[in-house]
Design a protein. Sequence first.
Lengths: 315, 238
Amino acid sequence: MWDAFGFEFVNFYFIPGLVLGCIYALGAIGITLTFGILRFANFAHGEIMMSGAYLTWTVMAIAGAAGLTLHPLVAMVPAAALVIILFLGTDRFFYKPFRKADTIKVVMASFGMMLIIRSAVQAIWGPNQITFVPGIARPNATLQSITGDMGMMILMPNKHIWIFAGTLVLVVALGYLLGRTRIGKAMRAVSDSPDLAHVTGINVDMVIRATWIVGGICATAAGVFLVMDTQMLETTMGFRMLLPMFAAAILGGIGKPYGAVFGGLVIGLAEELSAYPWIGDAPLLSPGYKTGVAFAIMVIMLIVRPQGLFKGRSF
Amino acid sequence: MTTPVLALKNLKAGYGQTEILHDLSLHVMPNEIVAIIGPNGAGKSTAMKSVLGLLNIREGAVELNGEAITDTPAQKVIERGISYVPQTNNVFVNLSVQENLEMGAWTRPKGVEQRLDEMFDLFPDLSEKRAQAAGALSGGQRQMVAMAKALMVDAKILLLDEPTAGLSPKYRSEIFSTIQKIKNTGVPILIVEQNAKQALGVSDRGYVLVDGANRHEGTGAGLAADPEIARMFLGGGH
């Protein structure tokens, strides 16, 4: 059975689906938190991912010039710090004046911010794709031989192991933050009811800053993981991720971070598995239609169950 | 003469251009329960919100222990010891009972553990539900959570906006007896109520608000016995 289709299914569809799902999940966390706490759909969220990734590879290039080889996961730390500073500044000078404005105005403002960030990145790093390390990443030999001895050979390059591990660490850390810490509980409280949080005396501005920080870290990680996976930097990568990330956030329920993680994994898997030859030998859906799968899931959810699987807010 | 804990002096206030309070004066002395009663739309809840800086005060003053706090933002008002329980939407439904209480202590993070214990003593029903989501509780229990949450700070005064609205008679009585217990811990209470009779029953003094201004004031028992007020709010001669 494993030889007949398991090998192909797991290694060429399921694992890539999970990898993509992890990336969507991390991006969707920020979207759902911003939606829940700041109450607007942040169209610039994909650009946070993208600029975080560019900054990470810039840190690596600078370190490389100094004779130091940094793993992207290490270079990501200072890059995420830069992204956070950048976005706290953006919030202070760009979004804060909109705080009491209609939601649609803030959404439009975030659309503008998306264009500003992308143009800035294009101005600094150039509009062309930056590709590196061409060729096929070799699967992890240890994992291959251990699972091979068990009769279920799994081919997984190291970068995918890093992506899974990184996502797991971030999701566990997020769970700890939201469930155990004062600021995390306050984030849930503001997401629950901003008015009540206000008359409870919770420092809502502090909660908003925490939201940008958490969203910024997860988005930078998502961007870096995406680049690790695709081996290229592209200024439109954030925008391409936006639709599936929103689909993931809506699927999980707006304002529900765990929902976003679950939604991300589902969307990632659905996109990859839609190309599996379920019937006959041809892919069920041509891989070119992958993005359509996320879109279809989003539309169906909005019609059938707008509050999402985990009872988030519906508008 | 003792300084009132809370005093509203000749308040004119409203939302935007609309003036709702035309000339409101009231005060709460230490160890008092004071009720504001009056018909719908008289500005009872608005009076409470004016204390929290949630609307525009045109004229007049709000004083806490003799110090002006007029137009102070809510967060600062709460830091200074005024605790407020809104009428609806007064618990974080997705947070557990204990987390709600912890959020209530946001402005006074020290000694939370001890105050949690005190609250679970005061509200024994909540103790066994501390890990449950507040949204899963009944209306009466939610009200208890909301009150406990407000008492997590070292409150100088507690403002309750219609704490028994929509509750069954059993819970109504329980809320009123809890209000007395809270008073006995030394926290004065200002309460806005629709259930005028029961509210006046537990109150030391009361104010009758009509069209955004005081119409009558007196002791709780005195107002409850006043035939004109009885006719207006207490269900006539039944």
